[in-house]
Design a protein around this ligand. Structure first.
Ligand SMILES: *Cc1c(COP(=O)(O)O)cnc(C)c1O
Length: 387
């Protein structure tokens, strides 16, 4: 289906039907598969004959999701995982060995940093952190044993962006794999592989599901890279369940429509916030005032649904805005049809020291909104209550 456009692939790619001729994909809720004969079993196990053996290895519903997501990211192959963190951990464990070194963006999802500092570091893997947007820091952090660059762009909550193409030149010149966590934009708004990344990682829990129903993850890349990563998941078990695969498969059908609506709503909210006296600063990539607006405009096909803003009056004023809302959900989750509101300094970024928060621009007055798909006028009214 190579020549088809994104929306056609999102609906048709990976589609299969059984002899029952069902129109919506079946959910194969089975842990194992049976064989016609002892010979067939032997051939399946020896890989002489392709086919399912056991759901920790493959499952038809999971396979449909992997094929569709690979088509949307422009990747040769995909392996689905039980969550976004499982996808990140499997990628690192498969691609990095004891004695290797990782350069990672400081501005990543909190648990990704915890994973590197508390789990990956136990395996004699060195980790250096750099500022996402600063290419010279990436270059200077490279050591002889550097195996992996790991980042997410744009960052959450402030929307910093790195030039993926420029960074991929540095990684390629040094024989380093470039892995990009694309959960914040989804393949509807950014395709890192087309920009030179080797590996794309997803928390499908976020926009790919899009309706806050389940955890899921995925890793995409070349056949060779994905074979290494699925060897790890087959042996360690963080496979995606068939039921959750079906949910995220359905999520992909409407992904680009939803991402466009999230982006449209986010721009309206950000533009309104800019006109408010009590708002000191608005961080949204879609605004001309954002320092990375021009780069995002080239690298992305939309600006996404994350808006953050600083209110005058620090934590007290921020808590007042959050507590005054009646429709919005006070939760750190993102990528849902429901708009969520959170105070990064005391939740997602609470583990940072005051100095680190200052360095990362996570101020006490900062509020993050993951803009959902409600009527944006109602969302704006709700936020205005505490301003
Ligand atoms: C949520 C998130 C993750 C972790 O995904 P889970 O599915 O919750 O394990 C990783 N990266 C980013 C950017 C996220 O937003």
């Amino acid at each position: 289906m190579k020549d088809l456009k994104f929306d056609t692939k999102a609906i048709r790619e990976g589609y299969r039907t059984t002899q029952e001729q069902e129109h919506s994909e079946a959910i194969f809720l089975t842990s194992s598969f049976v064989f016609d004969s002892a010979e067939q079993a032997a051939n399946r196990f020896s890989k002489e004959e392709p086919g399912n053996i056991y759901a920790r290895f493959t499952n038809p519903t999971v396979d449909a999701f992997e094929k569709k997501l690979a088509a949307l990211e422009g990747a040769d192959a995909c392996v689905a995982t039980s969550s976004g963190m499982a996808a990140i951990f499997a990628s690192i464990m498969a691609l990095v060995e004891s004695g290797d070194h990782i350069v990672a963006s400081r501005n990543m999802f909190g648990t990704s940093i915890v994973l590197l500092n508390t789990i990956v570091s136990k395996f004699n893997v060195g980790i250096s952190y750099v500022d996402l947007s600063d290419l010279s820091q990436w270059k200077n952090a490279v050591q002889d044993n550097t195996k992996l660059f790991l980042l997410e762009t744009p960052s959450n909550p402030l929307g910093e962006v790195v030039d993926i193409t420029a960074l991929s030149k540095i990684s390629q010149a040094n024989n380093i794999l470039l892995a990009v966590d694309n959960a914040i934009l989804s393949p509807a708004l950014q395709n890192p592989i087309k920009l030179g990344a080797d590996v794309v990682i997803h928390s499908a829990t976020k926009y790919i599901d899009g309706q806050g129903r389940c955890l899921a993850g995925a890793v995409l890349g070349s056949e060779a890279i994905i074979e290494q990563i699925s060897a790890f998941t087959r042996a360690t078990g963080p496979s995606l369940s068939a039921f959750n695969a079906w949910i995220v498969l359905k999520g992909l059908d409407t992904l680009s429509l939803r991402m466009k609506a999230h982006s449209d709503n986010a721009l309206k909210l950000a533009s309104w916030l800019q006109t408010q006296d009590q708002v000191e600063k608005v961080h949204y990539l879609g605004l001309q005032s954002h320092p990375d607006h021009a780069l995002a405009n080239i690298q992305q096909s939309g600006f996404g649904g994350i808006v953050s803003f600083e209110v005058k009056g620090g934590r007290k004023a921020a808590f007042k805005v959050i507590n005054a809302t009646e429709i919005l959900s006070i939760t750190a989750n993102l990528g849902d049809t429901k708009t969520t509101i959170t105070h990064p300094a005391s939740t997602t970024h609470g583990r940072l020291t005051d100095d680190e928060k200052q360095q990362a621009n996570i101020t006490e007055g900062l509020i993050r909104i993951s803009v959902g798909l409600e009527d944006i006028g109602d969302v704006i009214n709700d936020i205005s209550k505490g301003l």
